[in-house]
Structure formats: structure tokens, C-alpha cells
Ligand binder design. Structure first.
Ligand SMILES: Cc1cc2nc3c(=O)[nH]c(=O)nc-3n(C[C@H](O)[C@H](O)[C@H](O)COP(=O)(O)OP(=O)(O)OC[C@H]3O[C@@H](n4cnc5c(N)ncnc54)[C@H](O)[C@@H]3O)c2cc1C
Length: 343
């Protein structure tokens, strides 16, 4: 404002607690100088109070939320909203735009997926999305997170070609809605009845999980995929999160923080929501007594061990560690610990 004659500031809404507070402060500052701030919905189809129950309360369960979301969807919600600006000259008046270095960033070597979503991916999505050895999911998480793809464009294509895919996009909005309405989830269990849960929080166990050296091949493959690429397949994310919170009884916040550090598609609402789902402490969560069996998950989702062998080359050799816990014992320990917290 000191350098330029600013009349109006345009931005898009962000629903994370930190961002809401930041934008409030910016808005206050601008209005104290007589500058108008205009913010728009952009990163979701429905925001804030747009999908709520008849009584105005937010949904706490995904299925009714998604039904409501779908039932109120109209063509206009999926229309493009061009800015009307000449894209080559949007920064008129300023000769150079900031370089990465000006902004304090360094150019990265990391390769990230293209933002084209092929019809082939959508056609096979429903049948193949749970098989981690296949490259059959969209890999668009990173683009959605950084706003380099339009959610409206994506939802239009999903609606035409794959309802299953559209429902995944609705999960994303469901968790954003939860974060918006219940910002306490950032720091705490959504469901406070689990607050007295006695996590073991063993540092050595946590290290083995992070390094992919638990002796459970599908868990280890997932963690190594994450460490090497910044991505992990959703099916395996669910398993490693369940393993950490239930088999090892380590606080979901530790796992959440590790994912936040490593995932290229890291996004607070989805990460927090899914971690709390896996730990059983969240909305519409996996019940505490449902503990994924890492052996049967391997048989079901990677029967030929293609994914496991890709990420854990020493699997089946003497170098590969023995399982760090006995599945049955760890399952029983988890169930008793959760039960105790609830009693
Ligand atoms: C413990 C755990 C942590 C997770 N952390 C994140 C995270 O930080 N950021 C993130 O975007 N997703 C997260 N997810 C959800 C999901 O794993 C990823 O969105 C998905 O794997 C990204 O790959 P993709 O783009 O190929 O997904 P696709 O299967 O192609 O799905 C398309 C899009 O739908 C959305 N989506 C799909 N599944 C979910 C879901 N379960 N919850 C919310 N949105 C979903 C994502 O925006 C995704 O990009 C997490 C899941 C778990 C179990």
C-alpha cells in the first residue's frame, strides 16, 4: 500500500483456522486504510454453511453429507469463472513479477504429476483404485492442494465419467467442512471421549514405522514410498495409520505431523480428518475395535506382492526384519486400551 495505489484486493477464501485469522487481520488492516477486500469461494464446490442439515447443523457423517451435496448440485455450481483478465498482462504497471528467490523459495528437483486426468483413469478408477501396485488413481492431490487445477473442471469430468471419483472429491469437502466447523480438531480429538486414551508413544517404535522397518511388508512399502517420493497410495495410507495408532498405540498426532512433513499433497483438513478416522477419534471414524490386519490387507490388495517388492527390495531375504509385534497380541492390546479409555 505504501508502494502502490491499491484500490481493492481480491483473494480466494481459505477455511483453515490459521488462514481465517490471517485473512481477518489483513481485512482489518485494509479497511483501516479504506481499501476494499473481496474474497471468493474457489477451492471447493460447497463451503461453510452451504451443505448442512435441515436444522443448520453441520453433518458429522459422510454418507448423508454426500447425499445432500449431490442433491443440491446444479450446473451453475460447476461453471468456469474466468477472471476476465488478460493473462499475459495481469501485472500491468509492475515490470517484473517476483522471482522464486525474492519470495524465499528455491527451485525444486521434485517431479510432480501432470494435471491432465485421462478418461482411461476415470473409467478404471472404481475397479482399480485400491490396488497400490497400479498407477490407477489421479495423483491430482498436489494440484488440488496448490490450486493448480480447478475443482469445478474436475467435478464436471467426474460427474460425467465416474461417480466413485466424484465421491472422493466429496470426502475432501467433507473434511474441509469438519475443519471449518470444528477447528479444535487441529489440536485435539474430535471426539473428546478418547482424551484419556493411554498412548504408548514409544520413540523407537515410531522410528521403525517412519523408516519402513516394522517387518510388516505392506506397511513398510508404504512408508518407503512416502519417504522416497512424497506420495503414498490411499489404501496403504489407511493401513499405516491404523498400524501406528492401533498396533503401536502411538498418538495419531505424531503420524499426522510426519505425513505433513513428507506428503506433497499435504492438506490439513484431509490429513487430520483421515488420521482421526484411522485412530477412531474422529467424525464417522473407523470403530476402535476394527483393527486392520496387515497380513490380510497384503493378501487382498497386493496378492502378487508387486508393490511390496518395488519398495522393499530386501523383502523375503534374511535382511528383512521380523514383525515388530504379533498381530493378534497388538490387536488385543489396542482394543483393551481403547476400552479402558471409554470406561
Ligand atoms: C492417514 C491419511 C492421511 C491423508 N492425508 C491426506 C492429505 O494430507 N492430503 C490429501 O489431499 N489427502 C490425504 N489423504 C486422502 C487420500 O489418501 C489422498 O487424497 C489420495 O491418496 C491422493 O492421491 P490421488 O490424488 O491419486 O487420489 P485419487 O484417488 O485420484 O482421488 C482424487 C482426489 O480426491 C480426494 N480424496 C481422495 N480420497 C480422499 C480422502 N480419503 N479424504 C479426502 N480427500 C480424498 C483428493 O483430493 C484426491 O486428490 C489421506 C488419507 C489417509 C488415510
Amino acid at each position: 500500500m505504501e508502494q502502490f495505489d491499491v484500490k481493492r484486493v481480491y483473494t480466494n477464501e481459505d477455511y483453515e483456522p490459521y488462514a481465517i485469522e490471517r485473512d481477518r487481520q489483513v481485512s482489518e488492516l485494509l479497511s483501516s486504510k479504506g481499501v476494499d477486500l473481496r474474497s471468493y469461494k474457489d477451492q471447493v464446490i460447497f463451503a461453510k454453511e452451504e451443505v448442512v442439515k435441515d436444522d443448520g447443523n453441520p453433518y458429522l457423517v459422510y454418507t448423508p453429507y454426500s447425499k445432500r451435496w449431490l442433491s443440491q448440485l446444479e450446473e451453475k455450481d460447476l461453471e468456469d469463472h474466468g477472471s476476465g483478465l488478460d493473462h499475459d498482462n495481469w501485472h500491468q504497471g509492475k515490470k517484473e513479477i517476483h522471482s522464486l528467490a525474492d519470495l524465499g523459495f528455491e527451485e525444486s528437483e521434485i517431479k510432480f504429476p501432470d494435471h491432465n486426468l485421462s478418461k482411461g483413469t476415470l473409467d478404471t478408477y472404481s475397479d482399480e483404485r485400491d490396488i497400490p501396485s497400479k498407477d490407477s488413481t489421479s495423483r491430482l492431490g498436489i494440484h488440488l492442494r496448490f490450486g493448480t487445477i480447478s475443482i469445478r473442471k474436475l467435478a464436471r469430468r467426474a460427474r460425467k465419467h465416474s461417480e466413485t471419483f466424484l465421491k472422493e472429491l466429496i470426502w475432501r469437502e467433507f473434511f474441509m467442512s469438519i475443519l471449518y466447523h470444528f477447528p479444535h480438531v487441529v489440536e485435539a480429538n474430535f471426539n473428546s471421549k478418547y482424551d484419556s486414551l493411554k498412548w504408548r508413544n514409544n520413540e523407537d517404535d515410531f522410528k521403525r514405522w517412519k523408516e519402513g522397518k516394522t517387518g510388516f511388508p505392506l506397511v513398510d512399502a508404504g512408508m518407503r514410498e512416502l519417504n522416497e517420493t512424497g506420495f503414498m497410495h490411499n489404501r496403504v495410507r489407511m493401513l499405516v495409520a491404523s498400524f501406528l495408532t492401533k498396533h503401536l498405540l502411538i498418538d495419531w498426532k505424531w503420524g499426522e505431523a510426519y505425513f505433513a512433513q513428507k506428503l506433497l499433497d499435504y492438506e490439513l483438513a484431509s490429513n487430520n480428518g483421515n488420521w482421526q478416522w484411522a485412530a477412531g477419534t474422529g467424525v464417522d471414524a473407523q470403530p476402535y475395535f476394527r483393527v486392520f490386519n496387515p497380513h490380510s490387507q497384503l493378501k487382498k490388495f497386493d496378492p502378487q506382492e508387486i508393490y511390496v517388492k518395488k519398495w522393499v527390495p530386501e523383502y523375503n531375504s534374511s535382511e528383512y526384519p521380523e514383525p515388530m509385534v504379533d498381530h493378534k497380541d497388538a490387536r488385543q492390546r489396542a482394543i483393551s486400551t481403547y476400552k479402558e479409555a471409554l470406561s
